[in-house]
Design a binder for this molecule. Structure first.
Ligand code: NDP
Length: 275
């Protein structure tokens, strides 16, 4: 029997994370000999915890709130998508002992939208609500899809404007009030407002006819933004469970070189939350 390889997700709070379940399902499906645990790690003890984990022979770590920027600083080398996000959600031990930092959030979102749900992004008017860490991670993969325009609207306008400058004005940054009289084909909620059952005030008719709404947050019951999408008659009205599984699959591929089947895992998790 081969030696078991150790992986973990670090974050705080972490006890409700679905990542251990997802990675264990992937491992079972692809017959990889690994374990994957959730570990409560806050910003103060991150460096000590991650150093210890790799010193003990760990092969890879996922990082979630509030650790993605710290993980970016910790990584010895970074992928292009991690550099553009300035945030890392996946650390992988390399053969030479160095630690690679990647960001799989954006590709996870785009795969869920385009492959799982058949949502075309090319030539579409795309709006992101929020300008935090998740938004940073999804901008480059979204721009790669060549939307007609990409607008980032945020409560703290300066953060949206800074993103526009950082990305060489390939996107527009603004506040929510500037959205008046504009329409979008795809609206992505990347604020954390859903987590506290809130929603930024959005103008009427923001969503174009047949438009799509997608909340990066996910929950066992419809999020505030998913409920808003329903009121706007969104043609597709989704939450971020599929993105969660797809970003995990990309991390799994980076670590193991094997691509798991995500559909069976998404179907299973969806079935579990509908009971
Ligand atoms: P951050 O804390 O980095 O950013 C939070 C953002 O939400 C900021 O833009 C903030 O605005 C805005 N915000 C918070 N509360 C409100 C409010 N009441 N009204 C308006 N805006 C608000 O969080 P992340 O970017 O890391 O995460 C954002 C969301 O994406 C979370 O719900 C997270 O769970 C989800 N996510 C899902 C993933 C998945 O795989 N499905 C992966 C990663 C993230 P301001 O700048 O003004 O404070």
């Amino acid at each position: 029997m081969n030696k078991i390889d150790h992986y973990a997700v670090f974050g705080s709070p972490i006890n409700h994370s679905k990542s251990p379940r997802i990675h264990r399902l992937f491992a079972e499906q692809t017959q990889q000999n690994l374990d994957y645990v959730a570990q409560e790690v806050n910003a103060e003890n991150f460096v000590a915890a991650v150093t210890e984990f790799f010193a003990q022979g760990g092969k890879g770590v996922n990082c979630t709130v509030p650790l993605k920027e710290l993980a970016y600083q910790f990584a010895d080398i970074k992928t292009e998508r991690a550099k553009s996000a300035k945030a890392v959600n996946t650390l992988a031990l390399q053969i030479d002992g160095s630690i690679l930092g990647d960001n799989t959030d954006g590709v996870g979102l785009v795969t869920d939208l385009t492959v799982n749900h058949g949502i075309e992004l090319e030539n579409q008017r795309v709006l992101i609500l929020g300008a935090g860490g998740a938004t940073r991670g999804i901008i480059l993969p979204l721009l790669d899809q060549q939307p007609d325009c990409l607008v980032v609207a945020n409560r703290t306008i300066e953060k949206a404007l800074t993103l526009a400058i950082e990305f060489n004005h390939s996107l527009e940054g603004c506040g929510f009030h500037t959205l008046e009289n504009r329409q979008f084909d795809v609206i992505l909620n990347a604020t954390s407002a859903s987590l506290s059952d809130e929603l930024p005030t959005l103008p009427e008719n923001l969503l174009a006819e047949n438009g799509v709404c997608y909340d990066l947050a996910y929950s066992n019951t419809p999020t505030t933004f998913v409920r808003w999408g329903k009121l706007q008659n969104a043609s597709k009205n989704l939450d971020g469970l599929g993105m969660l599984v797809e970003q995990a699959a990309e991390a799994f591929f980076l670590w193991r070189g094997v691509r798991p089947d995500t559909k069976t895992v998404i179907d299973l998790l969806n079935a579990e939350r509908s009971v």
